[in-house]
Write a protein that binds this ligand. Structure first.
Ligand SMILES: [Fe+2]
Ligand SMILES: [Fe+2]
Length: 270
């Protein structure tokens, strides 16, 4: 099964990049299943019912979330009714929605997806390792198992990859918005990438205009971020997974429309 996992979709330019490219990419690469993280799809922070539908209508089969899944309360009802949208599974009850999903393709093949959030430099949630390991054990009949690990620390992400190596098809990271150069198949056959990167204006500070972000670091005072404008890029990981074993046959870093222009940073920000 060919699977494309895409990183955090940021704002309208990210959504537009999906809309314009996913239908062609699906055909061009013969993709069976597409997953994308939607936690930044509404204005750069959060997700709404409308941005969710737009992502799903672009040809994405499952939309995962993260720490920004809770920003817009209006989507909470949708979390209960739309099975294709996930938020991290390890948020304590009574969080709305769910963190896992099973998708059945037209030919009957099934893919199970789990979304968990890391705890290093993030909210002190219940242990994502326990959730992920218990989930993998519970899936006897479904061999194709994809985990979106929404986490900050590379060490935590890599550790989850090794903890589940051979028991899941893929552990892919989201949240940092910067694609890592470590697409690989772990020793026991699990596809792995520390961070898929983002879908949006890559020539920016994680999707935001550098001029609106720099003062936060230079002056150490809060600033309001403005969304970056520019070329929309898609970043992720393309995987070919063996239908019988559920293990990875190949992994390819996916990177389309990477920026070619230069960003201008004004010198009057201090
Ligand atoms: Fe994000
Ligand atoms: Fe995040």
């Amino acid at each position: 099964m060919k699977i494309l996992a895409l990183g955090d979709v940021v704002g309208s330019i990210g959504r537009q990049a999906l809309r314009s490219r996913i239908p062609y990419i699906r055909k061009e690469w013969d993709i069976d299943f597409v997953i994308a993280n939607g936690e930044n799809s509404a204005g750069g922070v959060g997700i709404t019912a409308s941005t969710l539908s737009e992502i799903l209508n672009s040809g994405v089969d499952c939309v995962t979330g993260g720490n920004h899944s809770w920003k817009n309360k209006e989507i909470y009802d949708k979390y209960e009714t739309e099975t294709r949208v996930l938020r991290p599974a390890n948020y304590p009850a009574p969080a709305p929605g769910r963190g896992k999903f099973v998708y059945t393709l037209k030919d009957g093949r099934q893919v199970a997806v789990l979304n968990v959030q890391g705890t290093t430099f993030m909210e002190p949630l219940p242990c994502p390792f326990k959730y992920a390991m218990d989930w993998a054990k519970s899936l006897d009949d479904i061999k194709i198992r994809i985990i979106d690990f929404h986490a900050e620390a590379t060490s935590e992400k890599k550790s989850l990859g090794f903890a589940l190596d051979g028991n899941v098809s893929a552990v892919v990271g989201t949240h940092t918005h910067v694609q890592t150069a470590d697409a690989q198949i772990l020793p026991k056959g699990t596809a792995y990438m520390t961070d898929l990167g983002m879908c949006g204006v890559e020539l920016s500070c994680l999707g935001m205009c550098p001029n609106s972000v720099l003062p936060r670091f230079i002056n150490r005072r809060p600033t309001s971020f403005k969304r970056a404008i520019g070329q929309g890029a898609l970043n992720g990981l393309l995987m070919d997974i063996d239908d019988n074993t559920g293990l990875a046959l190949s992994v390819t870093t996916f990177r389309e429309n990477a920026p070619r222009t230069q960003v201008t940073v004004l010198d009057n920000i201090i």
